[in-house]
Design a protein around this ligand. Structure first.
Ligand SMILES: C[S@@+](CC[C@H](N)C(=O)[O-])C[C@H]1O[C@@H](n2cnc3c(N)ncnc32)[C@H](O)[C@@H]1O
Length: 435
């Protein structure tokens, strides 16, 4: 018997079980439920169906929690998991707020359920079906714009306190990720003149370059005017200065010339581009400009991301896979396959000594706080960006569902992520190259 789902219910919930089955079977999910699918001996038929199924849906109510038949079935699924290690996913589908029997509580107390009492039955069954599809690996074709092309993305503003907090947290983890690359590059020069492109409020740039003993001048370029004001307020000095400019604007070269003339700078020893390439349309043009602006022998340091290198394990319910997929559909999250293009673009723009200094930031060796910070860094912004997509596309059902899904599953993902045997790698990349 080849089965996807076994449905366990008590007869007072028969109409709910019928609705689940008819909705699932419309999408070719193979269901088993009694009495429809009983062949021959009732008990044998049930045992065989539970042995064959990958998912066990328990229609959970006061009645089912007291039903000896249902309890037997739950016990069988529970044992299958103990004997064969997570062989069947049990999903309680809660259809009433009745108190549960103690026996039922024993079996399901650690299991995350879908609550059908807080929305319409139709919506709850749709949630249940999505969850089942993820587990058995049937993916819906994306209904909204996925992101086949780069879009220019300058959504950040310094007033966005959450974004500022996220960048700060990210900053802390990433200093360890950088592994001393800036100090190593700076050692090559008597004095260092540095440029940071996409400098935001200046934190990342300042934290990396201010400690360099031979730093002479540090210039930040940023699209967002409020972020530039904030950067100059926080770090502006005779060494650090920040300017507003859009690197994708037609007059960027001219504007930059004016800035360099005003500062008496001819070329830079180090140029830093951190988490910007994913947000722009034409990285090739920017890297070409960066090469022009470097002294011979100067360093370009790039940090970026590629979600193709993200790995989450174990991701039994495929929640992480789904969240990463939603992230790739949101215009505000940038172009999530940006990292893999960097080597080729550096080659094409004439850089030499190209090194992939680091690939992947993983939970291995992270303590509790670092794990929490990494989760927050990556996953909190996905929901925020989906919310922005809902605002931008108010008629898109897809983004409304995606945002709701992210909100509904955030806590469950966090608690899985915080288990110290959960493995996650985030596809951060750190490149260095020379002119
Ligand atoms: C994700 S943040 C990264 C900030 C900082 N570099 C870091 O690594 O923490 C990207 C920054 O690039 C800026 N940006 C995006 N497009 C830009 C453009 N076309 N020209 C200049 N800055 C841009 C954004 O406003 C934002 O401040």
């Amino acid at each position: 018997m080849d089965l996807d789902v076994f449905i366990s219910y008590e007869h007072s919930s028969k109409s709910i079980a019928d609705s689940i089955v008819s909705s699932f079977e419309r999408d070719k999910i193979r269901c088993w439920y009694a009495p429809r699918d009983v062949i021959g001996d009732y008990a044998t038929s049930i045992v065989e169906a539970i042995e064959s199924a990958r998912i066990f849906i328990l229609v959970l109510s006061g009645e089912s929690s007291n039903s000896p038949h249902v309890l037997n079935e739950v016990e069988m699924a529970y044992k299958k998991n103990i004997e064969q290690s997570q062989a069947i996913t049990i999903i309680p589908f809660k259809v009433s707020n009745d108190e549960l029997s103690r026996a039922m509580e024993y079996y399901i107390k650690r299991i995350h359920w879908i609550d059908a009492t807080t929305s319409s039955l139709e919506t709850a069954i749709a949630d249940l079906k999505n969850k089942v599809k993820r587990i058995i690996g049937i993916e819906d074709a994306p209904v909204a714009q996925s992101q086949p092309e780069r879009t220019q993305n300058k959504y950040f503003t310094a007033d966005d306190k959450k974004e500022v907090m996220r960048l700060k947290t990210q900053e802390k983890i990433l200093q360890a990720f950088d592994g001393g690359i800036y100090e190593k590059a700076a050692e090559e020069f008597g004095s260092v003149c540095a440029l940071d492109i996409g400098s935001n409020c200046g934190d990342n740039f300042y934290n990396r370059f201010a400690p360099l003993k031979n730093l002479e001048k540090a210039v930040g370029i940023e699209y967002d005017a409020a972020a530039v004001r904030e950067a100059n307020k926080r770090y502006g000095s005779d060494k650090f200065v920040f300017f507003q400019a859009d690197v994708e604007a037609e007059d960027f070269a001219e504007k930059l010339d004016d800035i360099l003339n005003e500062q008496g700078i001819q070329a830079f020893d180090i140029i830093n581009i951190s988490m910007l390439l994913l947000h722009i349309k034409k990285p090739y043009n920017l890297l070409k400009t960066a090469r022009k602006l470097l002294k011979r022998g100067g360093y370009l340091i790039i940090r970026d991301i590629d979600d193709g290198y993200n790995v989450a394990y174990p991701d039994n319910e495929k929640l992480f896979k789904q969240a990463i997929r939603y992230c790739s559909e949101s215009e505000f999250s940038g172009y999530r396959e940006s990292g893999r293009e960097i080597y080729t673009t550096l080659k094409d723009t004439g850089f030499r000594d190209i090194k992939l200094e680091k690939l992947g930031l993983s939970t291995v060796e992270m303590d509790y706080d670092e794990r929490e910070a990494l989760f927050d860094t990556y996953f909190s912004f996905i929901g925020d960006d989906l919310k922005l997509m809902c605002k931008k596309y108010p008629d898109s059902e897809h983004f409304a569902t995606a945002y709701k899904w992210m909100v509904d599953h955030y806590d469950q993902m966090e608690s899985e992520f915080m288990r110290d045997d959960f493995f996650f790698t985030l596809g951060f990349m750190l490149f260095s190259a020379r002119k």
